[in-house]
Design a binder for this molecule. Structure first.
Ligand code: PLP
Length: 405
């Protein structure tokens, strides 16, 4: 009997990407041959330190900053925490009260950190509103900055691109406004890195976070840019690594791998981004025309990440839909990977003004280097049927419930 093989289509590149084989290749000898601790003074240590410092110099070149302004961390979450907690500690040391200004549409690594520090009275907090596309305007930021009490110094944290709805923010303008008010600006650029060019000097940010696994680098390694002269204390105590800004033995293989991955991402960015955009737009047009009662969530066109398509599907339980898609060989998500399985509606969609029942019907499809037109065809053929099935099950359950009352 002939069997048809179930396809295996990965459309969750915003959650994570596979590690590029060329990245694995540069990492492998650092586990086995040049495995030394870069802080050791002997030959093994010096060899590892050479790899580490050469990676740092390459990264500084790519991002347009100084090598000494880069701190390697264990992930994007750690970078965001170090930025917010470190900036708050620095301001407190200067005799002022730190005051966060951020949005509920930020990744939890930022929004939960700011909220927790506010609850423990370590910092003030002003939430910024976002519009229905997830955008913050420079005027809204200015209004937020005007709420900062005397004796406080603002720390503004706004992401470059949103992980759930793909909206890109005008970071440069935000930085200008923040600096007018004497504030520090942190940018979570985790989703943008590898798809948008990041020029730190041009952006003029004070702090900026990245993580390796979103651009075909390894998991478990991140980066925080800290502007020269900002003496952020280490969030964890221990050794004096990273100029006493991040204690703990360097993970040289992962750091070198992350830098190689970003180098590769910069090398083919224009062509890759053009392909992503074309595939993304095929998904957006196809879903909106073939799935009844569907709408795009987040910004349109060039205000949206090139690889990112996200939707609100009415009368849909996203978890049920994701299960159907998974059974059909399509890996998608309903938003942040960190919240998968959580029955609560997403903070991001609520902040954008969606009522909870609509926010529960979110679908995110994010393309990557391996995505093909055939895969998009298959998704556009399969998704409407899966949506129909989930809606009819829901309708039957509703009718049964009504019948029981
Ligand atoms: N910030 C954003 C915008 C993200 O999308 C993510 C991960 O999804 C993070 C931070 C956290 O990064 P990591 O998974 O490396 O901790």
């Amino acid at each position: 009997m002939a069997t048809t093989r179930r396809p295996s289509i990965y459309l969750d590149h915003a959650a994570t990407t596979p590690t590029d084989p060329r990245v694995v290749e540069v990492m492998l000898p650092l586990f086995t041959d040049d495995f030394g601790n870069p802080s050791s003074s002997h030959n093994f240590g010096r060899r590892a330190a050479n790899h580490l410092e050469s990676a740092r110099a390459t990264l500084a070149g790519l991002l347009n900053c100084k090598p000494g302004e880069l701190v390697f961390t264990g992930c994007g979450t750690e970078s965001d925490n170090l930025a917010l907690r470190g900036a708050a500690a620095l301001i407190a040391k200067q005799g002022k009260t730190p005051h966060f200004i951020t949005a509920k549409s930020e990744h939890h690594a930022v929004s939960h950190t700011a909220a927790q520090m506010n609850e423990s009275d370590a910092a003030g907090l002003t939430w910024l509103d976002v519009d229905s596309r997830g955008m913050i305007t420079p005027d809204a930021l200015r209004a937020g900055l005007q709420t900062v009490p005397a004796g406080s110094r603002p720390i503004v944290s706004i992401m470059m691109a949103n992980n759930e709805v793909g909206t890109i923010q005008p970071i440069r303008e935000f930085v200008q406004v923040t600096h007018e008010y004497g504030g520090l600006f942190h940018c979570d650029a985790v989703q943008a890195a590898g798809q948008l060019p990041i020029d730190i000097r041009d952006l003029d940010v004070d702090l900026l976070a990245l993580t390796g696994h979103k651009f075909y680098g390894p998991k478990g390694v991140g980066l925080l840019f800290i502007r020269d002269g900002l003496e952020l204390p280490s969030a964890q105590t221990g050794g004096g690594q990273e100029n006493s800004r991040r204690a703990g033995t360097h993970n040289t293989p992962l750091i070198v791998g992350m830098v190689k991955a970003l180098e590769l991402a910069y090398a083919d960015m224009p062509e890759r981004v053009a392909t992503y955009t074309r595939l993304r737009d095929r998904l957006i047009d196809g879903v909106l025309s073939r799935v009844p009662m569907s709408q795009l969530s987040g910004a349109h066109g060039s205000d949206r990440l090139p690889n990112h398509a996200s939707f609100i599907l009415e009368s849909i339980d996203a978890n049920a839909l994701l299960m159907h898609l998974d059974m059909a060989g399509i890996a998608a998500s309903s938003g942040s990977a960190c919240n998968t399985g959580n029955p609560a509606p997403s903070d991001v969609l609520l902040a954008m003004g969606y009522p909870p029942e609509l926010a529960l019907g979110s679908l995110r499809l994010t393309v990557g280097k391996s995505t093909t037109d055939d895969e998009i065809d298959y998704v556009l053929d399969t998704l409407p049927k899966a949506v129909d099935r989930v809606r009819s099950v829901r309708e039957r359950q509703f009718t049964m419930k009504v019948g029981q009352t």
